[in-house]
Design a binder for this molecule. Sequence first.
Ligand SMILES: [Zn+2]
Length: 374
Amino acid sequence: MIKFKIVKKSKKSKARLGILETRHGVIETPCLVPVATQATVKSLNSEEVKETKTQILICNTLHLHLKPGEKIIEKADGLHQFMNWKGPLMTDSGGFQVFSLGFGKDFQIGKIVKEKINSQINLSQKPKFLKITKEGVYFSSFVDGKKIFLGPKESIKIQEKLGADIIFAFDECTSPNASFEYVKKSLERTHYWAKICLKTKKTDQALFGIVQGGRFKTLRKESAKFIGSLPFDGFGIGGEFGHNKKKMLQMLDWVIKELPPEKPRHLLGIGYLEDIPKIIEKGIDLFDCTVPTQYARRGIAFTSLGKLDLRKSKFLKDKEPLDKKCSCFVCQNYKRNYICHLFRAKEITAFRLLTFHNLYFFNTFVEKIRKSLV
Ligand SMILES: [Zn+2]
């Protein structure tokens, strides 16, 4: 179980400072939740992740279900033991991956929809990889193409075996292009699934419900009211907005008003550094984000002076640390010239150094926001 206490509320915005107690330690909120898709933050071990000021990680239910399978992790005494992460853990419900992989493959879009691609999508085209019924979703595994079924009961049972501190209800994450009629129907399913998830769960793990409703105000409000009325321990806010950040912030205004104020709110899968202060001002307590780690593997460092592309040859002669203001071990010990060389030579140490720095940088960024709220 979890305990959430709001320590302080901002006078200028809806931001709040909180303490979230879990079986595996205390989290200070607002808090970034780095993504450990396959029970690892790619290129770092769990001890190193801890050194980046990371307080909690989110692992991916669908990935772990397909590989190595939840039974293996259960036999290993759960995710915490398996990956030697002593702190709090979350698992997502698998819903997002089922839908995004299905849609992504058929429509050539990923999580972020670019305007250009957006206009080329044929909306009448149905995804081949998905079949959605009242009970759940049939889809093809991206590991071996095998037909798989995942529904609310299955998702909760898998998440119980994985054993994270916080788990999520199974939901349908609709495409940003979905029509009002489609989203309305999908929402009925998500709400029905939410009740089944609550009934299925037998452990003392905290269960968060997920608000959906696409880009439509009436549906978002309806979803927040309904999900907010159920006995969840906290709430996830899901959905895809592509590059439309204004719409995302507006959606948070609609939704947060309807949710019980005493429970934690998690914004699922947000992105960029510049979004973080804005979503915190709207009243978000937790948010997961792949940007620091994913960008690191592409050679991009986040610094107090903006982003740097370490693959560029100009950095071969640069004897500065990644960021003079950063106190992480990478910035204390290595220079841009060496990291640039590692990237150009395709050495895996490049991923490690940049992933460490970026996570430390993002966590410090959020820590500063927390300090400003005190
Ligand atoms: Zn650094």
